[in-house]
Design a protein around this ligand. Structure first.
Ligand code: ZN
Length: 142
């Protein structure tokens, strides 16, 4: 699985144990995040994460999607996709680059601009916005 495929993998609210273990193993391999960091995020022991990646165990179904989405956010961030948008009429969600969308427009689904549900910090937004405005200003010679 590539980083892009992992980020785009559809994650429903219920994930079968085998698929969960595969996705966690792939997410950790692709992001290089440590067992300790994942364990800390979910208040569990590093050994537990090891058992998830080996397929020996998995958390209760209700907690699986949270773990996979956490790894997907990490993977998206490491590939420059720092924001997430969601359609308000269907389950479609996408990871996007904030700076890229400022310059080129935001994704549209069902005829409406998708809602920004995750974005960079205000400081990062400010500098990306300034850069986008500067890119659109006519050159002094125009
Ligand atoms: Zn939609």
């Amino acid at each position: 699985m590539t980083l892009d495929q992992f980020v785009a993998a559809k994650v429903g609210d219920v994930i079968a144990k085998e698929r969960f273990c595969l996705l966690v193993a792939e997410g950790i391999r692709l992001t290089g995040i440590s067992f300790a960091e994942v364990a800390h995020e979910f208040s569990t022991a590093p050994g537990t994460i090891g058992r998830w990646t080996s397929g020996a165990s998995a958390p209760a179904n209700a907690g699986r999607a949270r773990v996979v989405r956490f790894l997907q956010r990490r993977a998206a961030a490491s590939s420059g996709l720092d924001s997430q948008v969601e359609c308000q009429r269907c389950p479609r969600a996408e990871y996007v680059s904030f700076a890229h969308c400022l310059r080129n427009g935001w994704p549209v689904c069902h005829g409406e601009t998708m809602l920004l549900v995750r974005h960079p910090s205000p400081v990062e937004i400010q500098s990306a916005t300034a850069a986008a405005i500067k890119a659109q200003l006519p050159k002094a010679s125009d």
